[in-house]
Design a binder for this molecule. Structure first.
Ligand code: PEP
Length: 253
């Protein structure tokens, strides 16, 4: 039985002070009463403040990106070990904004995923097609290429430590959500691919989150689909009340 994971990606929002305020409010709502996993990925500088205010809860914190090397002369970068040491347990890898604005390729996504695993972080690997790719009926091909690129030669044991997020690029931050049917279709494709490449038990246990303009209003419909195991939420995770409502919806399902 897969447990829901409700994850927030704050992108470049919320200073350390704002993160602490958010954490206090969320802790006050007693998130541990819900039988689901909850994760917040704040900007790196805000992570310690958020973690501190959530220390008495089971809410996990994670990074939004890591460098593919464990250490070195890479000015401005942060390593998986640094996140781990700061209390993170997850890290986003291959978010479409990283692919789009920072030129991250499937090969780099693969290297970063390996690095995260080596450091003991759970990689939350993001994949998804652009609007042009969808219009040109390339969605399945793009998803298969991204899966193959990211997880080439991975062992079953490595795969069992990974979470996948299907995030159609055209739905991220645009207010356009994939319909629950569109999302379910792609989640099933991803699960079947994992089954073919690895095995049925692994595919059955793997958590596949949906991301792309998830909000309070559409969360129930999306999360009710059989292969959608949670959500990666950008905009709607910035307000603690909205994020908490989505957690409640997941718990009720
Ligand atoms: C995201 O940042 O991963 C995301 C899905 O953003 P939004 O919910 O704002 O579309």
């Amino acid at each position: 039985m897969r447990k829901f994971l409700i994850a927030g990606n704050w992108k470049m929002f919320h200073t350390p002070k704002e993160a602490a305020e958010y954490g206090r409010k969320l802790a006050h709502k007693n998130p541990d009463q819900y039988d689901i996993d909850v994760l917040l990925c704040p900007p790196a500088l805000s992570l310690p403040a958020l973690r501190e205010t959530l220390r008495h809860t089971k809410v996990a914190v994670g990074g939004q990106n890591i460098h593919q090397e464990p250490k070195g002369a890479f000015t401005g970068e942060m390593s998986a070990e640094m996140y781990k040491d700061a209390g993170a347990s997850y890290v986003l890898v291959g978010h479409s904004e990283r692919r789009q604005y920072f030129g991250e390729t499937d090969e780099l996504v693969r290297s970063k995923t390996i690095r995260a695993l080596e450091a003991g972080l759970t990689p939350l690997v993001c994949i998804g097609e652009t609007l042009d790719e969808r219009k040109n009926n390339q969605t399945s091909n793009v998803i298969l290429t991204q899966l193959n690129g990211a997880f080439k030669h991975f062992s079953k044991s490595d795969m069992s430590k990974i979470v996948i997020a299907y995030e159609p690029v055209w739905a991220i931050g645009t207010g356009k959500t994939a319909t629950p049917e569109q999302a379910q279709e792609l989640h099933l494709l991803i699960r079947r691919t994992i089954e073919l490449e690895f095995d049925a038990a692994l595919a059955n246990d793997m958590r596949i989150l949906y991301g792309g303009s998830v909000k309070v209003e559409n969360a129930r419909d999306l999360l009710s689909r059989p292969d959608i195991d949670g959500a990666l939420i950008g905009g709607a995770s910035l307000k603690v009340d909205d994020f908490h409502k989505i957690i409640e919806i997941a718990h009720q399902l």
